[in-house]
Design a protein around this ligand. Sequence first.
Ligand code: NAI
Length: 333
Amino acid sequence: MKHRITLIPGDGIGPELASSVVRIIEASGVDIEWETHYAGAQALEKFGETLPQPLLDSIIQNKVALKGPVTTPIGKGFTSVNVGLRKALDLYANLRPIRALPNVPCRYPELNLVIVRENTESLYAGLEHVVVPGVVESLKIITEKASTRIARFAFEYARREGRKKITCGHKANIMKLSDGLFLDCFRKVATEFPDIEADDKIIDNACMQLVMRPEQFDVMLLENLYGDIVSDLCAGLIGGLGLVPGANIGEKGAMFEAVHGSAPDIAGQGIANPTALLQSGILMLRYIGERESADLVENAMLKVFEEGKVRTRDIGGTAKTAEFADAIIQQMK
Ligand code: NAI
């Protein structure tokens, strides 16, 4: 089956990573027609806006996008590309699988957990105003609708992927109404999934437990701000942001992206690590039903890590981005 997918290479290291990842994905035999679009600073230069309408139309039509990192120009009036895309497509669930890779030095080589983050509400709504000079109010929005929707997403994901337990992180002891509502919705939805264990932890304790005994977590369900912070914390437990994939999923479609930025300090040198974007691509292949290709790419990638001969500079090697991609493609043959 032929798939049409929107590709946003991004800027900085984005295009170098995207070309390697596209090469690897295509070598798996999957039939994809890529529609390439600019976003962010590049799009601003060419089209006068960071999120041009043709890009949005392409994603709305194709329902799936793979996105490299994008530099959001600093200054007033620019929509953050990431936030803009999430809003335009109502990509309400952010999924971040955290799994250590063979031979990558990290604190928890056995770690394998998944973060499900609510992507549309909480303090991320950015509703702030000055009440009087010197006093600012920032609104934390939590709704029953969005909290129930994300809880159901987490339980359905856990069931589909054979996960056993979901831990909801919250601060309902202090924010009794907002986090209380998020927790209530989680508990209500949990009753529909008796096969999945439902647990909850106050977020500060959850952070300490993550650092001390992360193996007790399987799936974590978090509102937007906690999810943002805790998912980076978890990336740190397994070797850093250059390795972990991300997916933003909604009813109208899904966007798969590396969670690191455009790394201007190493852009153009061909030395960036494509693993995060590649792992996002693997999630994308599973999402579009190409499980065989996903397994093929994943196993080849894991083999290259296991052998440890071809490693990019950020994890102690000397290989260039393209050499790392070549090694994975060679493994698939
Ligand atoms: P960054 O993630 O781009 O870089 C932080 C450090 O990690 C740098 O030393 C960089 O060289 C290194 N690094 C990042 N990805 C790497 C990779 N794949 N391989 C090897 N090394 C890697 O974060 P920074 O510097 O804060 O942000 C740079 C730009 O990226 C900013 O304009 C920011 O707005 C944008 N950004 C975009 C994101 C996205 O599009 N999803 C996410 C985060 C930042």
